[in-house]
Design a protein around this ligand. Structure first.
Ligand code: OAD
Length: 254
């Protein structure tokens, strides 16, 4: 057994003992769909773009066309990329364990894969919110054919992407649901996040501090890797299906 296989077996053992797991995902789970992460050297979005120009209320007020063009581009990457084996692995996991899925991703790919009740901490790129009447609606998941700013179907004013920008607070309901899920969880599985953005990263910190077992799936080490109970140093699309298989292979499994 190599180190990764060994870590997956340990992770399956930890999950098997848990009644209820909180799964926290980040950009890394969608990386193998061809969607860039934020902080990876060279390819990360924040390596190529400045958040202050594209992901703040001030940037939108100053140049909404530019901001919308960037979101159209990201929508196109997501629509082209689609779901991968990592997203599908979490759907499978939820048929075997009670799982609360909390994501920092805005791409909607967990839902596209079939995950139910996804708690989205940073909003959803397919949602649009009117800047005048607050009307909200969802765009179909499809490649963007233009890069214009989008208008409200209700009142005709400009809409904004339904994502959380720097300097904004997280959606209160999602944060509340995630906190409740953390309280219920007796295991945390953290997948594909650098654990650098709060409050999402606080879920992992708090699990570590309260001795709740934490499994991390990430090909790189992060700031919490040395503190977690099991670090699986592999990609999500490899590790998650393997984790499900390992759970099924445990004695007494269905
Ligand atoms: P980051 O870009 O900060 O981190 C992505 C993590 O995914 C890194 O630790 C990578 O090592 C890991 N990774 C890369 N490929 C992977 C793979 N195939 N399988 C598993 N892991 C892989 O992205 P996030 O932690 O999600 O916020 O960033 C958090 C937030 O920062 C985002 O939600 C976004 C950004 O600013 C907002 O837009 C509000």
């Amino acid at each position: 057994m190599n180190m990764t296989e060994d870590a997956i077996v340990r992770a399956a053992d930890i999950l098997d003992r848990a009644r209820c797991a909180l799964v926290l995902t980040g950009a890394g789970i969608s990386a193998e769909s061809g969607i860039p992460t934020f902080r990876q050297a060279q390819t990360g979005l924040w390596e190529q773009f400045t958040p202050q120009d594209l992901a703040t209320p001030e940037a939108f007020a100053q140049d909404p066309e530019r901001v919308w063009a960037w979101y159209h581009w990201r929508r196109t990457l997501i629509a082209r990329g689609g779901v991968n084996a990592g997203h599908r692995g979490l759907v499978e996991l939820a048929t075997r364990k009670t799982v609360a899925l909390v994501t920092q991703n805005v791409d909607g790919l967990h839902q596209a894969a079939g995950s139910q009740h996804v708690i989205e901490l940073h909003g959803n790129i397919w949602h649009e919110r009117c800047t005048r009447c607050e009307h909200q609606h969802s765009a179909p998941v499809a490649e963007s054919t233009d890069d214009a700013l989008l208008l409200c179907p209700q009142c005709g004013a400009m809409t904004r992407p339904g994502v959380v920008w720097f300097g904004e607070t997280l959606p209160a309901a999602a944060l509340y649901d995630a906190q409740q899920a953390l309280e219920r969880a007796d295991c945390v599985l953290v997948v594909g996040t650098s654990n650098r953005v709060y409050p999402a990263a606080a879920f992992v910190d708090s699990a570590v501090q309260s001795d709740t077992p934490v499994i991390e799936i990430n090909p790189e080490a992060t700031g919490v890797s040395s503190a977690v109970d099991c670090h699986v140093g592999a990609s999500a699309s490899l590790a998650l299906p393997a984790l499900v298989q390992a759970l099924d292979a445990l004695p007494g499994s269905r």
